[in-house]
Design a protein around this ligand. Sequence first.
Ligand code: LLP
Length: 413
Amino acid sequence: MAGFTLLDGRLACDGIPVADIAAGTGTPVYVYSASLIRGAHAALDAAFAAYPHTIHYALKANSTLAILRLIRGLATGADANSGGEIEAALRAGFEPSQIVFTGVGKTRDELDRAVALGMKAINIESDGEADRIDALARARGVKARVALRVNPDIEANTHAHISTGQRFNKFGVPIEFAAPLLRRLAGKPGLEVVGLHLHLGSQMLDVEPLGAAARALAALARDVRDAGLRLEHLDVGGGLGIGYDGAAHGSPAEYASAVLPAVRPTGLHLLLEPGRFIVAAAGILVGRVADTKAYAGSPRFIILDTGMTELIRPMLYDAFHRIVAVAPREGEQQQCEVVGPLCETSDTLGHQRQFGPVEVDDLIAVLDAGAYGFVMASNYNRRRMPAEVLVDGGSWRVVRKRQSYGDLFRNEE
Ligand code: LLP
């Protein structure tokens, strides 16, 4: 049975009881289903099958090496957002020519490394960055392949913290300045302009803004091509959302029908940078009930051994994640606050949730935690980073050990 299902009333991952995994690893632990990652990738790939495209998986969503190796095996590319993510992609076996390097505020060291490696494209964020890449490439006697990241000034209809494509956002070059800049870049001996790039936002369930962004990018491509610039690709970024409430939303097919009509007439190769869509539903965060309390006049609290240090999305974006008991007990449902152990009131994973009876040591799973979960974890309150498990082909293995106290203090005087 693929994915997270109930097996004899208990939560299982690809047929393996989650309780068996937690008994082996302890909690908190992230558990990932390889079959769900393959399935999400295949669904997206199939939706775009009618047009030449490459999926450049956005490492920022989850860059655990075992997950990256799995994704590299699906014949995709990578989108790296920092020197560390380039390193992760290389260690997972991606070739530099399969990696696009995006990101606002790339340092000179990061740019120099990218130039030396020879990436598929460095996505340029500003005039100044273009000049720095040109100088670094000339110093090495090479031409750096670059794409220009434009800011199309289109509302993404998502949470303000993860909306990136409007004028007041720090990302990219406002689209009306793009054509003159591209002409200027074409004359630079250290640069080879190969593409145009944008990323509008994340967790987008309405695909129309993605269509509008693709139209804006395609129009720009036509303009600059008429001016004699030879492009290879259009990179429309990531952003396709998932149904955190468990319902189906914004399917890959709808996404493709929003984007392809704009891109097709250009004939340019299409790059996609999905992160969340590939991994979000494929991961859960498993914790244990550490305590419960219910006093008259206060909410009933379920206090877990996991919270904002392992999964910060609910606190940072008011994000909703379903929370379930791994082995639900019979009994009356009651309204609860599902909270973590950290010394922060914002450390609430689930507000006003209906829960049946729970007891200390019961296992609880937070669903759809595969994207922007572990990667955003921290050591706040001197907590150790959790373990991660990958379930594949009927067996499970620890792909990242829980941090030890030795790890926690290693770099200190
Ligand atoms: N490409 C670029 C340039 C990006 O900035 C992003 C995400 C992606 C691709 C991948 O987007 P996706 O397909 O995953 O939506 N921490 C937030 C999400 C931040 C996304 C930042 N950029 C969250 O937990 O919702």
